[in-house]
Design a protein around this ligand. Sequence first.
Ligand code: ADP
Ligand code: MG
Length: 331
Amino acid sequence: MASEFDLIRRYFRQATAPRDDVVLGIGDDCALLQIPAGQQLAVSMDTLVAGRHFVPEVNPVDLGHKALAVNLSDLAAMGATPAWATLSLTLPAADAAWQTWLTHLMHGFCTLASTHQVQLIGGDTTRGPLSITVQAHGYVPPGQALRRAGAQVGDMIYVSGTLGDAGLALSTQQGRYQPTTAAAQATLQARLDRPVPRIALGCALRQVAHAAIDISDGLGADLQHLCTESGVGAQIQAAQLPVSAPVHTYLQQTDDWQLPVSAGDDYELLFTAARTSQSQIQQIAHKLALPITCIGEITAATALSMTLPNGSSCPLGTGYDHFARSNLNRG
Ligand code: ADP
Ligand code: MG
């Protein structure tokens, strides 16, 4: 059984590459950070609890990735450049089995951290029911952060990547759906387990987007948050929603438009921009090799509605609420 201090020395102290702006990292009572001159600090925190946000038997490499990824996704949604992270871990034990688990967790965490030059600069380690809290810190030029408020009537609404993949993976995991091929199943599962924070997109949108949010709770719920903060409404075209091949097949089989609209965990960016920014946005999509799709328009009427392919309309905006019903795998 290792002590808290053994764990810190072994698994955290030199886990990630050092950055020049970290004056003092892990080992003292506080970390000391030199924020780049003239920048604002952006801070985000998310907790993943075993049995609520992940099944206890999840691959710890994926879990380490996801715990950091969901926080980096928040920084992306603000247009912030990631720099540092802290990690608070509650572990049931520190025996050999949990140490192996920790090695895997940190492998997933640190691989993603190194992709974005994020340094782990501190945290806390305690014993108890398994849970993981990560706080990510980044910076953004003053006045350029992308906020939920700011959407304007007549703005086009855009989304990156594809919607509903993680939700369909969850349905598959829970035995409610079977993808037609093993390859499709693997693609979906990877979208659930290893979300890609859209950091480069967030930074590229700084002086382009009027408002932005990352899709963690589902398109309807997150669009509702954006619209509420902006005091506007939205009209979405279901036929324009970007979906992967497996989700397209699912929609053909079931006509279940709730999936791409209400499933969470995709961690794509949802943003609005002036009509005149259309070509600039397509250039960004091309440069980043990331699909960006226009899915509708911001309206003055504060309701959210979606036009279905058959021409009928339905309301949008109901999403996941942690306290409303129990669910797994939502952030
Ligand atoms: P204190 O008791 O003063 O809060 P700790 O003994 O908890 O200090 O932590 C010692 C050092 O190890 C601190 O720099 C802390 O940030 C770091 N640390 C502890 N747990 C973790 C962790 N899970 N990940 C990263 N750093 C950690
Ligand atoms: Mg402590």
